[in-house]
Ligand binder design. Sequence first.
Ligand code: C5P
Length: 288
Amino acid sequence: MEIIEKAPAKINLGLDILHKREDGYHEVNMVMASIDLADKLIFRELPQNDIIIETDSSFLPVDRRNHVYQAASLLKEHCRIDKGVHIEVTKRIPVAAGMAGGSTDAAATLRGLNRLWELNLSLDELAELGKKIGSDTPYCVRGNTSLATGRGDELSPLPAMPACWVVVVKPRVSVSTWTIFTDLAVETLHHPDIEALEEAIRSGDYQKMVASVGNSLETATTAKHPIVGQIKEKMLKFGADAALMSGSGPTVYALCDKYSRAQRVYNGVKGFCEEVYIVRTLEGQLEI
Ligand code: C5P
């Protein structure tokens, strides 16, 4: 038996940091959306009781440090499964990029093994388990467009964001989320208007949505990696409707309602950065 799961990347249309909490995490108010840039995971039963991960990425460890391993191990323990699994991970989402690549692979593992082992856990139960892996994992269990509060793990689904083209650029630098949060001067942050963004999405208003996107962490990451600001500037110069850093970066994305314009942005940044993609927004393809 073989199960295949698609693990899409997310972008933050909005990311506001409210304050630092007693548990060390930051209270956030975010709007996330899935895009059609995805990893692929294939799950196969193994005769021995092991978790074996194989990947085409030279960046990823295949042991306990890998979110896929953690998710498989957690589910085995939670449901007392003594079967083994071989997991093949084909990576397309840039690593350490602010696109929840590790979290979405972990979420896909929870969904995939739920099917492979016929556990019949609900998506809510899988999301609850996902909290133990990372703040973004519960969101990635369902994907789509959603508000995320708390440390990012309290979710309220939103209607699909207005469909458009997304040009994604991953500069060569890698960013550690932990480092960005640790060095953060919370009192100096810019606060995007998440309510306006939410309203724009609820009313399907693309123009209002592109006018309301914003990310509190952008200044901190740009101070460490000025290339983030340079890419944004280029995207806007080449006609992007909006350009924003995703998560803690360093990935920057542009939104365009017309393909011709997305192509112009793509061509404009391609000479500047190697890792550039044009994809669509993605909605409703994750339900099991
Ligand atoms: O939850 P996750 O392991 O992905 O978070 C990585 C790091 O980012 C945490 O250790 C924490 O330092 C920081 N973080 C935070 N507030 C959040 C999410 C993450 O401070 N809401």
